[in-house]
Design a protein around this ligand. Structure first.
Ligand code: NAP
Length: 315
């Protein structure tokens, strides 16, 4: 039996429609949520990401501003820019597109963003709020994975959940979110022993390691729900042939294009998993969706907890 496909594009469209309604309602009350994006230099990939984020704002009726300092910007300039955005009451979310040039102290810049406007959820205060399950802004990719699970009615309570990867932006927050949803969570990383034995116990498996097709089909328990966060561009023909041997149409596309996007889970897992996010079209579309959702959430929470407060602090 082939796995049920957990379609991220469908959920993105659903959530965009919901967010659009919410933004229209807020705007009618005189609150127009707004996102300020900071894009340093002219990295084409970053330009593309920021462009699609601004386009999403426009689609949903959010205000947006783009600040584009040159590649030779200093840390001091960036800190002043972030301070100005922190103090601008029209701005609900601040997005500093990474990577920053090497002369800029990225950590200092990211930590200067008010946690109340930290729509990427990377600030240590945002992480702390997540650890203690308080209202705050959660990193977009793991928050998007949770939406996929919830909106597909995948039971998390009491489920054995295994998260492969422990990065601050995906693995760790993902594990915490699953824990708060009452799953029994195991986190694995590059030093974990006997991964297949651990993954075979998972009712929910989240793969976020950055290695194409690493999780083999027989590492997955029959019927498990698999969230594949990995987005790996494969350009090597031998590797593509190995990964896509059972998918002649995709192999054909690879031959025409010279590259293919493969998740961290082997494509053959579609024959063992009960439900599976495709790559592309699974987790990917959820990341921008959750950025939009976080901006709307930040606008609401700032009004609830005090608009000039650096963080959400219960009164
Ligand atoms: P990362 O910072 O490089 O972290 C990778 C994690 O995987 C680390 O914790 C590492 O363990 C672990 N790992 C690496 N090799 C392993 C192995 N052989 N066995 C077990 N664990 C292993 O990556 P990331 O930023 O979390 O991203 C992970 C993947 O998700 C990447 O493919 C990335 O492109 C993708 N991603 C997609 C989206 C999206 O929107 N779809 C967003 C973000 C990321 P150690 O800690 O021991 O080194």
């Amino acid at each position: 039996m082939t796995a049920r496909i957990l379609d991220g594009i469908k959920i993105r469209d659903e959530m965009f429609a919901e967010l659009k309604g919410e933004v229209t309602q807020m705007t009618a009350q005189g609150i127009r949520p707004g996102l300020a994006a900071v894009l340093v230099g002219e990295n084409p990939a970053s330009q593309l990401y920021v462009k699609s984020k601004i386009a999403a704002c426009e689609q949903l009726g959010l205000a947006s501003w783009l600040h584009s300092p040159p590649a030779n910007v200093t840390t001091e300039y960036m800190l002043q820019l972030v301070a100005d955005l922190n103090n601008d009451d029209n701005v609900d979310g601040i997005l500093v597109q990474l990577p920053l040039p090497s002369q800029v102290d990225s950590k200092r810049v990211l930590e200067a963003v008010f946690p109340a406007k930290d729509v990427d959820g990377f600030h240590p205060v945002s992480m702390g709020m997540l650890v203690s399950n308080r209202p705050g802004l959660v990193a977009c990719t793991p928050a998007g994975c949770m939406e996929i699970l919830r909106r597909n009615n995948i039971n998390m309570e009491g489920a054995n959940a295994v998260v492969l990867g422990r990065s601050d932006i995906v693995g760790k927050p993902m594990a915490l979110l699953l824990l708060h949803a009452n799953a029994t969570v195991t986190i694995c990383h590059s030093k974990s022993r006997d991964l297949p034995e651990i993954t075979r116990r998972a009712d929910i498996l989240v793969a976020a390691i950055g290695r194409a097709g690493f999780v083999q089909a027989d590492w997955i328990k029959a019927g498990a729900s698999v969230i594949d966060v990995g987005t790996n561009k494969v350009t090597d023909a031998t590797e593509a042939n190995r990964l896509l041997a059972n998918f002649p149409q995709r192999l054909e596309k690879f031959r025409a294009k010279g590259s293919v996007l493969i998740g961290d889970v082997h494509p053959d897992a579609v024959n063992t998993a009960g439900a599976l996010t495709p790559v592309p079209g699974g987790v990917g579309p959820m990341t921008i969706t959750m950025l939009m959702s976080n901006t709307v959430k930040a606008a609401r929470l700032r009004r609830l907890y005090g608009r000039s407060q650096p963080a959400f602090v219960a009164r």
